[in-house]
Design a protein around this ligand. Structure first.
Ligand SMILES: NC(=O)c1ccc[n+]([C@@H]2O[C@H](COP(=O)([O-])OP(=O)(O)OC[C@H]3O[C@@H](n4cnc5c(N)ncnc54)[C@H](OP(=O)(O)O)[C@@H]3O)[C@@H](O)[C@H]2O)c1
Length: 272
């Protein structure tokens, strides 16, 4: 689903959410629409899911004439990233929030000693290289928008969705853990670099969330959660993560940058 081209800037805040067709990204887009953002929803291949999600996002907005668009782009590819931003510029004219959400798990969980270069490359390309360079391009655009002074009261932000795997070692999916640890460092780097440019940068670190990604390991996590994996004994929902992004998007953390927000039912607490 596309929206008609609109040139120039408007007074409406715009978010770009990667991987917004399903799961956590879809819920983030919905929560952003609820707090009056227009949303560019990126996806990789699943057009049907993206179209369905865009209808839900539109329905979530209370704003008259909310603008929602979808854009297919593989964030691991430089040319796709460029096109995604070009389309965002053409269709919305401004950008206030980037949410680096798109990510993949390894096709197969494999012991560290049998792990393959192919899986490592694929995971690092999508989960780290893509967001790293998308953030770079977005940061340049945000600085340009800020310098031009065309948008009044402009407080852009960048959010990346990492995982408890950024610090919890799972030797049967080392590539995923390394990619998320890298993304976590990326947040610190951009937070340090962009503070003087008026751009705050945040990391949201989800625990076990019920989505397509975790559907194949549902029974395992049912057991672990029941046994007390996290102090709050339930699966996380995509909405739990969406609401945390909405809190950032509505400017609730103006004096915080490089901050990690755990959305994990307390998984990160060390307990005795
Ligand atoms: N679920 C969890 O328990 C959990 C926990 C911690 C962190 N996370 C992280 O949260 C994020 C979302 O996870 P999820 O569980 O919602 O996953 P999901 O249900 O598998 O959805 C993944 C989304 O990312 C998109 N995507 C995949 N590869 C892409 C690419 N190369 N370029 C652009 N978009 C791409 C997919 O698009 P298509 O629909 O077109 O395939 C889909 O919209 C990921 O970064 C994941 O690592 C998840």
């Amino acid at each position: 689903m596309d929206v008609p081209n609109t040139s120039g800037t408007s007074d409406r805040k715009v978010a770009l959410v990667t991987g917004a067709s399903r799961g956590i990204g879809r819920a983030i887009a919905i929560e952003l629409a609820r707090v009056n953002y227009d949303v560019m929803m990126n996806y990789a291949a699943n057009r049907e899911a993206a179209d369905e999600a865009s209808v839900a996002v539109r329905a979530a907005s209370t704003r008259e004439g909310v603008r929602v668009a979808t854009c297919q782009a593989n964030i691991a590819e430089a040319s796709d990233r460029e096109e995604l931003l070009q389309k965002t510029r053409q269709q919305f004219g401004r950008l206030d929030l980037l949410v680096n959400n798109a990510g993949i798990a390894p096709e197969k969980r494999t012991d560290l000693l049998d792990a393959t270069v192919e899986s490592f490359d694929q995971l690092l390309d999508v989960n780290l290289k893509g967001p790293y360079f998308l953030t770079q391009a977005v940061a340049r655009w945000m600085i340009e928008q800020r310098t031009s002074g065309e948008i009044g009261d402009y407080h852009p932000a960048i959010v990346s969705i990492t995982s408890v795997s950024a610090y919890a070692a799972s030797p049967e999916r080392g590539d995923y853990c390394v990619s998320k640890a890298g993304l976590s460092m990326m947040t610190k780097l951009y937070a340090a670099r962009l503070a003087n440019e008026g751009i705050n940068v945040y990391e949201i670190r989800p625990g076990v969330i019920a989505t397509d990604m975790t559907a194949g390991v549902k029974e395992k996590y049912d057991r672990l959660i029941d046994a007390g994996l996290s102090p709050i004994k339930r699966w996380g929902t995509p909405e739990d993560v969406g609401r945390a992004v909405a809190a950032i998007a509505t400017g609730m953390f103006p004096f915080s940058t490089g901050e990690v927000i755990n959305v994990d039912g307390g998984f990160h607490l060390r307990r005795l």
